[in-house]
Design a protein. Structure first.
Length: 224
């Protein structure tokens, strides 16, 4: 997981701890609140130390990372399977798994130290709906297919489609978090989108709670 491309970042919000404990966030996350909060605490306490997030990110865990990741959930299926490629610290995959316990979530990450972290988080949170797979997305093209593939700030759209679409079953969707300028990436991705019959690409706005800037989500259905 690379730094988000301004997606979900905000100029000024309440202190991250205050935001995370707010009634608005509790209402938004509902039954998932305790699990997501525990994950946020783990990320705040160990994320910088283990090289998962930069030092400037620690004070803004909730607005820049947790809620930014939670925003994509509204566009994912309510059941079935989802893969998060380049999962890194588990964003958005761990947040998705906590918020949608009925989904099978596969976290795909090539770096060993990150998969070690992900396995520890899965155990700590008791996430029985999660598998962690070490490797690049391309290494799993013939290994499995899922109902949706997501990712957060991993690569340009054209590269993401090449990496991700082979993992999406026909009729399934690519649902990725991108920066606000993603429209500029659409034309260079047209050829590879056509290869997978993904003609109806959408750029969507995904809001969470008031005062936190919405996240940009790109969605495309695999047609063949």
């Amino acid at each position: 997981m690379a730094e988000p491309e301004e997606s979900g970042a905000i100029a000024e919000t309440p202190d991250s701890e205050t935001l995370g404990a707010s009634d608005a966030v509790k209402a938004y996350l509902d039954d998932a609140y305790d699990g997501v909060t525990r994950y946020a605490d783990l990320l705040r306490d160990q994320g910088e130390l283990r090289g998962l997030i930069g030092p400037r990110e620690v004070p803004r865990i909730w607005e820049r990372h947790i809620l930014n990741s939670a925003a994509v959930v509204q566009y994912l299926p309510t059941s079935g399977s989802v893969a998060d490629i380049g999962s890194g610290a588990g964003l958005p995959g761990v947040v998705i798994a906590v918020m949608r316990p009925e989904l099978e979530v596969i976290l795909v990450e090539p770096m060993e130290r990150r998969t070690t972290w992900l396995n520890e988080v899965v155990t700590e949170l008791g996430l029985t709906n999660v598998q962690v797979k070490r490797g690049r997305a391309e290494e799993f093209h013939d290994a499995f297919e899922v109902d949706a593939v997501t990712s957060r700030a991993v690569a340009a759209l054209s590269k993401l489609v090449r990496m991700s679409m082979p993992l999406v079953r026909v009729g399934g969707e690519l649902v990725i978090l991108k920066g606000r300028n993603v429209a500029q990436e659409v034309e260079p991705a047209r050829k590879v989108l056509r290869k997978f019959g993904a003609a109806d690409l959408e750029i969507l706005e995904a809001a969470t709670v008031e005062g936190v800037e919405s996240t940009t989500v790109v969605r495309a259905r695999r047609g063949k």
